[in-house]
Design a protein around this ligand. Structure first.
Ligand SMILES: Nc1ncnc2c1ncn2[C@@H]1O[C@H](COP(=O)(O)OP(=O)(O)OP(=O)(O)O)[C@@H](O)[C@H]1O
Ligand SMILES: Cc1cn([C@H]2C[C@H](O)[C@@H](COP(=O)(O)O)O2)c(=O)[nH]c1=O
Length: 191
């Protein structure tokens, strides 16, 4: 089963993935962007916000995704795969940028992923207050520097993106305790 954890920056995706890894010691743990050799270079480029063109930025994420699907997801598709982000992030961030129409976002992602998408998408949802608190506790990268208003728009766009891609979405209150969230995810995986 291929599942993805989604959520805006600081929502708790990596925390949950490291908890889930204890319950699935044989799972493939992966992420977008940056799980492959080329992906690491792309991640460096995009997170330093070097692209002036939003379309270029979108295409860099898409290139990372195509490599990730070919190198990590496709060869392991019969195993448990837990991914930190997926095409859902790709569509959501681009929806908010607003330069590419929705039909193209879906078809470009279909092209990059060969139609392979997570079976379940877990969305960790933050409140404005908790997001601002968590951002204040860390050094911000180029995307996080865009601020909490922007990130909350992305949070709504993650829901829209999941619908556009026609994927199963499980929304989770990310302000709950780390342990309660892990249990909620585990119970849902088993359903
Ligand atoms: N349920 C929780 N309650 C309180 N704090 C949490 C919870 N989950 C994670 N945190 C804290 O919030 C911060 C961000 O968590 P984490 O790195 O897991 O988020 P993320 O979604 O992977 O972030 P990013 O996308 O920016 O890499 C960390 O300091 C983490 O310890
Ligand atoms: C896959 C993907 C990601 N992004 C953004 C979202 C985050 O701000 C960063 C990734 O950082 P993280 O610490 O690994 O969460 O990139 C994006 O804009 N578009 C995408 O397709």
């Amino acid at each position: 089963m291929y599942i993805a954890l989604e959520g805006i920056d600081t929502a708790g995706k990596s925390t949950q993935i490291s908890n889930l890894a204890k319950y699935y010691p044989d799972a493939i743990i992966t992420k977008e962007p940056g799980a492959t050799k080329i992906g690491k270079e792309i991640r460096e480029m995009v997170l330093n916000a070097r692209a002036k063109s939003k379309k270029a930025e979108f295409l860099l994420f898409l290139a990372d995704r195509a490599e990730h699907i070919k190198e990590v997801i496709e060869p392991n598709i019969s195993r448990m795969i837990i991914s930190d982000r997926s095409a859902v992030s790709g569509v959501a961030y681009a929806l908010v940028q607003g330069e590419i129409d929705k039909k193209d976002l879906v078809s470009l992602n279909n092209f990059a992923t060969n139609g392979i998408y997570p079976e379940k998408v877990f969305l960790l949802k933050l409140t404005k207050e908790e997001l601002e608190f968590r951002l204040s506790q860390k050094e911000l990268d180029g995307i996080e520097l865009r601020g909490s208003k922007y990130l909350l728009e992305i949070q709504d766009a993650l829901i829209e993106a999941t619908k556009l891609l026609n994927l199963e979405l499980i929304e989770i209150d990310a302000t709950k305790s780390r342990e309660d969230i892990t249990i909620e995810i585990l119970n849902n995986i088993k359903d």
